[in-house]
Design a binder for this molecule. Sequence first.
Ligand SMILES: [Zn+2]
Length: 100
Amino acid sequence: MVIKKCLYCGKEFEAVRSSAKYDSDTCRVKYNNFANMLRGKRYAALSAIRDLSNILRKYPEFVVEMDSILQDIKNEAHRVQMTIDPHKLIEAQNLQDDKN
Ligand SMILES: [Zn+2]
């Protein structure tokens, strides 16, 4: 028996197997849904970058403006990344539950 930290909720639990990552099936499913959602977002972002890249090849005079747009996307991605950290989501959920 070894004490591990759940990858999704961050709670400590006694793992029967050393390869255990989650304290429950609920956390395993939630983490996988979260990871799949992120993969989908990444795919959409890569697709948007390809579109912007194609536009730049056609209209290189927009390179400065495009650079500014990419910086905005980077800043927003960082902001969103901070927002959707699973441990922060759990904390936010717990705070919400305490209010109700
Ligand atoms: Zn958990």
